[in-house]
Design a binder for this molecule. Sequence first.
Ligand code: PLP
Length: 454
Amino acid sequence: MAPAAVPQQSNILHRVLADKPHHAVSSSGINIHLANLHNVIDAAGGASVAVLGHTQPSVIEALTKQMTDISYVYSGAGYSSNSAEELASLILSEKPGGLCKAIFVCSGSEAMECALKLARQYHCERGDMKRIHYISRKNSYHGNTLGALGVSGHPGRRAIYEDMLSKNVSFVEPCYVYRGKKEGEDDKAYLERLTAGIEEEFQRVGADKVAAFVAETVSGASLGCATAVSGYFKAVREVCNKYGALMILDEVMCGMGKTGTLHAWQQEGITGPDIQTVAKALGGGFVPIGGVLMNQKVVDALASGTGILQHGHTYQAHPGACAAAAEVQKIIKRDNLMQNVMEQGKLLEKLLKETVLPLKIVGDVRGRGLYWGVELVSDKETKRPFDRGMAVSSKVGASAMALGLGVLPTPGAGSEAPVDILIVSPPYVVTEQDVRSIVGILKAAIEDITRTLE
Ligand code: PLP
């Protein structure tokens, strides 16, 4: 087969202006085929999105059927559609953690904007107008729109927009065992220190001013799949309850099955957040879609107040997007893919720890289910990071790409922690052979770049 024709001149403003994009033309299963005939195993599902791979005929059928029946209705004018209702009931019929209503939007950032505004509206409806402050965590990422960026503790991403971001946000230490835990400190002492830090921040700000505490259940792009120590989210829940603040969990990246349960918080010993955001794995990349889930407490505040959701978007609950996402969720259930996430996740963990962790520039391997981060360091003993700007993970990512593997480098330039991480989050349909190939190529790519650093 001859290489596909690629336009000589691109009119798209690509992220790295000087780079030529990888021009994708087709796919099969979890593989992306490029115009130059190069094949790439999509071992991060792009940005941890394509959880069913790229070819699922029934998703296309569901999308086509909905678009044939009715392509668009405006939720702001009071419309709903079969697919929006179906998607909501697929996720919420069992009321996980008391979550009972959904708002569907088009992306993770939009979901975060909506969650922040919903928390504010919750308090206003109850006459608690003072609650305007959000407590988030350092080294966090919650999206690139101004509200979502405002609660993101990532100086690099915020830098030139700082003056445009809300001043009613403050940041506490994240739960980041690899670098956050002190020498000789056990999990219990670490947890107590973190919890005390959250308490202190509520007191400093004025507990009656806090609208919500915001955190990712498993920190993705910011801290490379860093899981919390046992009891952390229980402690967060207790502090929020004590001070009347809402708990918002951002599961845009870690949620909808990646960690082996549909919601990552289901492994944290809590009943659930008040508000939760989801996106990437919700639609599996077939359509742009995100969602905000909330519990009865939040719904009741609105219902017994103005009775009107103050937030809204033109494409909210888009019928086509909801139809495709509903089919993605049905496939995950039908094919018992959570089982595969757990099984292949165990193998992925084993192989990463056996073959990648011992490598000279790998400091830590962490994660859960099919959601793993590999942190690169220049000195394993001291955990000394690579100099800022070296972006070693990007170099490993490029080497892996040349070898036919797509992973997600997050070089963290400008974040507070000197994180240089590769995320490996293969689709839920991954096979044992895929996992072995992924780890084998990743190891070769890391070794390849290690040689250039010597
Ligand atoms: N929240 C988290 C935890 C994310 O990882 C991301 C994106 O990576 C977002 C929010 C923003 O999502 P989107 O890029 O779909 O706007």
